[in-house]
Design a protein around this ligand. Sequence first.
Ligand SMILES: [Fe+2]
Ligand SMILES: [Fe+2]
Length: 228
Amino acid sequence: MALYAIGDTHLSLGSDKPMDVFGGGWMGYVDKLRQGFSCVEAEDAVVLCGDLSWGMSLNEAREDFAFLDSLPGRKLLMKGNHDYWWTTASKMNQFFKENGFSTLEILHNNCHIYGEVALCGTRGWFYEEDRGEHSAKIFNRELIRLEASLKAGGEREKFCFLHYPPLYQGYRCQEIIDLMERYGVSRCYYGHLHGGSHRLAISGRQGTVEYHLVAADYLGFRPEKILP
Ligand SMILES: [Fe+2]
Ligand SMILES: [Fe+2]
């Protein structure tokens, strides 16, 4: 049994938003993902750190879910800033059930236990979003979600999965970092950064947390094994 993480699959099998136009690593990325998942076994778990499908609704994203479901392992789905299909957990779970997508689960307002480790997380926050009145509400909601998820982890070791990087060159989301440190998170995995932004990513230990970028194009579309 192993645990993996990867973000930003940016699938569009049922809609017309191919990522190949970005060239470089994105050329043939669906095949690369399929190939990248070949190291994953059925009993493994993979945390998918947001920006999963360009579909605007569950129906539009159906083919993307079918693709994800066809890959080996249990997949824990998180919300990114492009996941417009995202709706309530009960609607998503119902949709997965009706379509027979038996390997897809939601990591949102909850935590999953993997062995001795609690897998916590939420979308997070990034400097691209301003903090006007409306944004402040969303930001606070993210903090509440993250704290609820960390609390649900109890006394276990905790890994925190975010879509947005809490740290970036010249940017620090102190409120999120404080929560992770207060609840004893040992590692944080995040996505969102693509192409040239990779070189501005921060990885390694900062304070008491170890940070890792797991955006698909950064990983060469191969999920990163994070626990044996
Ligand atoms: Fe992305
Ligand atoms: Fe993103």
